[in-house]
Design a protein around this ligand. Structure first.
Ligand code: ADP
Length: 794
């Protein structure tokens, strides 16, 4: 079918496609059009990676808009939202407006209503529905990208429930679900009352295989010799082999750290093959990459890029990612080592794909990737029009491995998509949301809503859905989130807050209990305020004088009340099911039992006794997690933290982000509980400190863009304590504090709005250089020479 013959899409879009060289639909795309995707018919398209799913979505959305409707494109990852928006912005040339929903509801509820096409993650859409965004009712077409992720334990239920809600809200809604090839696409189609295009057609042949010994063994029984030299790794040999014949490779690994290490090694492999022209272009690209941010990652990436290799993972800045992706597509970069984020949605084909790691750390141990995930990575092999075919390979060390990998991935069919809604936290969260947002006002309405989920379609056990729903409602009632009056169900105020905050109700219950206990202690202490002030610190609580900005109206300005410590709050949020705690390793039990008794008075909520083994262990794990967060907020060096707790930088980042979010939620909840002001103040401070990884005195400085925890400490050491100081102190002092880095100093001054930020002719003040080390409470020192890191740098 010719693109020009597709009914119902705007003419200028067809012209844009022509300009991009797309005149003929791929067969699965033609099948989608024949099934009615441009007439408002719902469709499930289960087709391989790189077979043109995006165009199917575009045709559906544009024809919906052409008919006067409004379309929503749901992406699985925040990183992809911006990419999709950029892709769809070409629609604006013919008057179709595009918006992306990333910020909070309040700031964008209005303007998104005017957009024809909106891009958002499923979490975002769920929250918009919970908050009652008005434009949701106007949607006529919803596209769900990577719908097979409904099978994902963590994120799947939200996508599933969101689709069910949107369909209930807009009964005539067209749903276009794009999926990788899965085992049971027909189940998904049945659930969504949709037509099905299930096709394994690909625009370019794909040969899947396993490398073992000196050769590649392909699925069709053929082999290709790829010798491994002495001392060389298999991956290096495979990359060298392809670059030697002018092609590029994509190597998938299982962690950010591995991606970076692999890129460094592979740079050695490809560098000798670069011609002088490419080398010059790469040098420019490396400069651009260095300019994106002053983080270590920027330098590390630039170093490998200059040598023809790159790494790619979700920890990179968006500018980094797009620079890498473009250069790889332009064939300047010869190899990219990536975590699987790249397989999800970014269009970066290469002649050869090496799936180096097919196991991943899942929190307890290494577990194999699903066939579906591996096939998605493999699907990135082969650039249509450029390569004769694509090759995707796994690596075997033994003959046994070879056979195992062939069975496990090469010849295997992808798994079925199964609903994960029945998992307890998902059920608790979504049942509360369904009640709080008024979707269900009675038990029967709740049940009939749940009937609309994939879970209901797939569950065969009679009465199971009802039982699960009833026990979850009981839990919500017991914890004060929902009130039950006969058949009627209503969310309480706190229940509403918990739902809009996106918390697992069990996390909320833990936090409420902890904050109340903090409030109780405060109350006792403030009753005896004067006497207590004298025993400052004795109970492990810092006393806190409420000053004007934080004082509750009813509290006298001079009353002294306790503020929960950061550690106490970190341990509290670490105990919730929304935080993955650190595991206790050998010896940790003793260490943290000791810490537990030393700092017991800081901990919030009723502590378990050592004999309640399970609970005690849980408190110790949470305490270990809390100590990590406390170290971070005490400016302990990142490298030292990762070593001390035996975690990766990504884990640290994950914990910090989760703590930030949970403390933000705790702050909101504490507002509802009518607790003494000091509790809220404590929560707010603990949150800010963990957010920036600094002690209290640096909070103002780190609010300046370009100033991370280390730079802030250096500036502080040079006597610069606030943004205002940055605007007024002699520039020579700023330059000295920033170790003579002119460009950095200029950027910082510009960001803080200093009138003349130029450093031309300025020399660092030799007397102003900060002390090279920062003494901490524990007597440790940090090497001030280590370059700047901030949270965005992992
Ligand atoms: P998927 O989402 O299925 O992984 P994409 O939608 O990203 O795949 O498409 C992969 C590539 O194929 C894109 O570069 C796209 O421009 C191109 N493409 C899509 N449809 C066609 C077509 N009919 N003819 C030629 N190229 C196409």
């Amino acid at each position: 079918m010719k693109t020009a013959d597709v009914p119902g899409v705007p003419g200028p879009f067809v012209e844009q496609l022509h300009e991009a060289g797309i005149e003929e639909l791929y067969p699965p795309q033609a099948a989608a059009v024949e099934a009615g995707v441009t007439d408002g018919t719902s469709l499930v398209a289960s087709i391989p990676t790189a077979s043109g799913k995006t165009l199917v979505a575009q045709l559906a959305m544009l024809s919906a808009v052409q008919r006067g409707g409004k379309a929503l494109y749901i992406v699985p990852l925040r990183a992809l939202a911006a990419e999709k928006k950029a892709e769809f912005e070409a629609f604006e040339a013919f008057g179709v407006s595009v918006g992306v929903s990333t910020g909070n509801y309040e700031s964008e509820g209005g303007w998104l209503a005017d957009r024809d096409v909106i891009v958002a993650t499923s979490e975002k859409v769920d929250s918009l529905v919970r908050n009652g965004a008005s434009w949701i009712d106007d949607l006529t077409c919803v596209v769900a990208d990577e719908v097979h992720l409904i099978d994902d334990r963590n994120r799947g239920p939200t996508l599933e429930v969101t689709l069910a809600k949107l369909r209930q809200l807009n009964p005539g809604l067209q749903v276009v679900a794009l999926s990788a090839t899965v085992g049971n696409a027909e189940d998904v189609a049945e659930w969504l009352d949709a037509e099905l295009v299930d096709d394994d057609w690909r625009p370019i042949d794909l040969r899947k295989g396993v490398h073992y010994g000196q050769a590649l063994h392909f699925d069709d029984g053929t082999t290709r010799e790829v010798p491994v030299r002495g001392g060389e790794k298999q991956t290096a040999a495979l990359v060298r082999d392809v670059v030697d014949e002018g092609g590029s490779s994509l190597v998938f690994v299982n962690s950010r750290r591995n991606a970076e290490a692999s890129a460094r090694r592979l740079a050695d492999v490809v560098e000798p093959f670069l011609d002088p022209e490419t080398t010059a272009e790469l040098a420019d690209l490396a400069d651009d990459i260095r300019d994106v941010s002053d983080a270590d990652t920027s330098d590390d990436l630039a170093d490998v890029v200059a040598r023809g290799a790159a790494f790619h993972h979700a920890g990179l800045a968006r500018e980094h990612r797009s620079l890498v992706e473009d250069a790889f597509r332009d064939r300047k970069l010869k190899v990219v080592s990536a975590t699987p984020t790249l397989a999800a949605g970014v269009n970066t084909p290469s002649r050869r794909v090496v799936v180096r790691d097919w196991r991943r750390y899942d929190g307890t141990g290494m577990s194999p990737l699903s066939v579906l995930e591996v096939h998605q990575m493999m699907g990135r092999a082969g650039r249509p029009g450029r390569d004769p075919y694509g090759e995707a390979v796994l690596l075997a060390n033994s003959h046994e491995d070879l056979e195992d990998l062939q069975d496990r991935y090469v010849h295997a069919e992808p798994e079925d998509v199964r609903s994960k809604l029945a998992a307890e936290p998902a059920m608790r969260t979504h049942v509360l949301a369904t009640i709080a947002s008024g979707f269900a006002r009675t038990r029967s309405e709740l049940l009939s809503f749940l009937e609309r989920t994939l879970y209901a379609t797939q569950s065969t056990e009679e009465g199971r859905l009802e039982r699960v729903a009833d026990s979850v409602v009981d839990y919500l009632v017991q914890n004060g989130f929902v009130e039950r009056d006969g058949d009627t169900l209503t969310a309480t105020n706190v229940g509403h807050t918990v739902s809009t905050l996106y918390l697992d109700p069990m996390s909320a219950a833990t936090i409420i209990d902890g904050l109340r206990s903090a409030g109780d202690r405060t109350a006792t202490a403030s009753a005896d305020a004067d006497g207590y002030a004298a025993t400052e610190g004795e109970a492990g609580f810092q006393t806190y004088s409420i000053d004007d900005e934080d004082a509750g109206e009813d509290e006298a300005a001079d009353s002294r009340v306790e503020k929960p410590t950061a550690l106490g709050l970190y341990q509290l949020v670490s105990r919730t099911p929304d935080m993955y705690e650190l595991y206790l390793k050998a010896g940790d039990r003793e260490t943290y039992t000791e810490v537990f008794y030393e700092r017991e008075t800081e901990l919030l909520g009723a502590p378990p006794s050592e004999y309640e083994e399970h609970r005690f262990e849980d408190w110790l794990s949470a305490l270990k997690t809390a100590r990590l967060l406390e170290d971070w907020a005490d400016e302990v060096d990142e490298a030292r933290i990762t070593e001390r707790y035996d975690v990766g930088p990504g884990d640290l980042r994950g914990k910090v982000e989760t703590a930030e979010w949970l403390l933000g939620a705790a702050e909101r909840i504490s507002g509802e509980l009518d607790l003494p002001g000091a509790v809220t103040v404590g929560v707010r401070e603990a949150k800010k400190r963990v957010e920036d990884g600094v002690r209290e005195e640096l909070l103002e400085l780190v609010s300046v863009r370009g100033v991370g925890r280390k730079r802030a400490r250096r500036l502080y050491g040079a006597g610069i304590e606030s943004p205002d100081d940055l605007r007024t102190v002699p520039k020579s002092v700023v330059l000295a504090a920033l170790e003579g880095r002119r460009k950095t100093a200029e950027n910082v001054l510009e960001n803080v709005g200093r009138e003349d930020p130029s450093m031309e002719g300025v020399e660092p003040d030799p007397d102003a250089a900060p002390a090279a080390t920062f003494e901490r409470a524990g007597g440790e020192t940090d090497d001030a020479d280590e370059s700047q890191t901030s949270l965005g740098d992992f």
